[in-house]
Design a protein around this ligand. Structure first.
Ligand SMILES: *Cc1c(COP(=O)(O)O)cnc(C)c1O
Length: 400
């Protein structure tokens, strides 16, 4: 998963270009920068890589989601359907837009179950955010079909699946907009950073304006004279990040994804030999980025027993059911409606009425799926660890 493992001379050279240009801002300084436009070049290269018309670099994937929601006109009074297995950023961005997140079940892809969408939509639903979790694809075609029928736009949260494809087509290009993360532990890293992609010019322009204080980016006037079509905020990426992104993107297929997939295949080969182990459903195994391997035991008890041995052997798997990061049932602050504001917003209105609440029991299928799943994170460099992991798996199999 982490692009930081392969930071090298290419990244250093790109960074030196920026420092030599003495220009850290993505806009303006046209003479001083002498043709060095790293963020713009990264956007162009990323759009080409995904086969999409427009890409906008932003300061994080959380920002990307926030900007995409703004561009789609989502705000107070609206609801956004997403899945109860994701990183908190997905629904933080919804709250930050003023809308309210509504959680739906995952299926055995570990991503939004297309069959549960209609149970969760209401006349207020203004967007659906499926999340391609842990490097694999959601059933994105089915999800977009349902959303199209309901006439609700889809934003694909592709933060964990940069470079992933479904039958050759880049993830993030199936919905109206796709968002990506380049934070410090993601597949492609710029330290902090994100990207929005879309084929819709209007959405691109609105995003671009919103992420830069509303500046209309009129090419005929200097920045100081630009006007604003609406209010925005600052979610800009800076040149140093763009430089890192360019170097990392050039390495993505051959030095990151290919090696992750090879490492994953070695571990999967051993797990496949265990009768009671089954795997997360993949709509297209070849397009998975290989950053995680998730497998299922027949029940929660067996998953615990299996992981107990892995842990004793020094190779613990992640149980997303128990880990505080990604599962609805572990988001204690959300479940308890905890806000730092005295009013209790965004859980309450300014006069103390409930806007939303989140009972722990509302996603039984998600709980069932995650309680019997285990996940092994895959690195780029793990030649030393793989034999140990394989040994631990073989030992754990005897405990079943
Ligand atoms: C990491 C992540 C984000 C947020 O990314 P940042 O760039 O850290 O803001 C959003 N969604 C998912 C699913 C993520 O894993």
């Amino acid at each position: 998963m982490p692009g930081y493992e392969i930071i090298g001379e290419e990244e250093q050279q790109e960074i030196l270009d920026v420092l030599a240009s003495k220009t850290l801002f993505r806009y303006e300084f046209h003479e001083q920068r002498r043709g060095v436009y790293k963020v713009e070049a990264f956007e162009k290269a990323f759009a080409d890589y995904c086969g999409v018309k427009h890409a906008l670099a932003v300061s994080s994937a959380t920002a990307a989601l926030r900007v995409a929601l703004a561009a789609l006109g989502v705000g107070p009074g609206d609801e956004v359907v997403t899945q109860g297995f994701t990183f908190v950023a997905t629904w933080e961005a919804v709250f930050e837009s003023g809308a309210v997140p509504v959680f739906a079940e995952i299926d055995d892809t570990l991503c939004l179950d297309p069959a549960d969408i209609e149970n969760r939509v209401s006349p207020r639903t203004k967007a659906i955010i499926p999340v391609h979790m842990c490097g694999g694809q959601a059933k994105i075609k089915q999800i977009v079909e349902v959303a199209d029928r309901l006439n609700i736009p889809v934003i694909e949260d592709t933060a964990q699946a940069c470079g992933g494809r479904l039958h050759g087509r880049a993830l993030g290009t199936f919905g109206r907009m796709g968002t990506f993360s380049f934070d410090a532990v993601k597949t492609l890293t710029t330290g902090e950073g994100g990207m929005i992609i879309t084929n819709d010019k209007d959405l691109f322009v609105r995003s671009s304006e919103f992420h830069d204080h509303g500046h209309d980016h009129d090419p005929n006037v200097g920045r100081g004279l630009e006007k604003r079509n609406f209010i925005g905020f600052n979610y800009r990426m800076m040149e140093l990040q763009g430089a890192l992104g360019l170097a990392q993107l050039r390495k993505l297929d051959d030095q990151i994804l290919q090696r992750q997939r090879q490492n994953k295949a070695r571990i999967k080969g051993v797990l496949s030999g265990i009768d009671q182990v089954t795997f997360r459903h993949s709509p297209d195994e070849d397009g998975d980025i290989g950053s995680f391997i998730t497998f299922f035991l027949p029940n929660e008890e067996k998953a615990r027993a299996f992981n107990k041995v892995l842990t004793e052997e020094g190779c613990p798997a992640v149980s997303w059911f128990e880990n505080p990061w990604h599962y609805y049932g572990q988001w204690e602050h959300l479940l308890a409606s905890k806000s730092c504001l005295p009013s209790g917003y965004p859980f309450k209105t300014e006069d103390g009425q409930d806007r939303c609440n989140y009972p722990v029991s509302s996603l039984p299928e998600t709980a069932r799926i995650l309680s019997r799943s285990l996940t092994i994170p895959i690195n780029i460099h793990m030649d030393q660890e793989i034999p140990r992991i394989i040994q631990a798996i073989q030992k754990a199999a005897l405990a079943l």
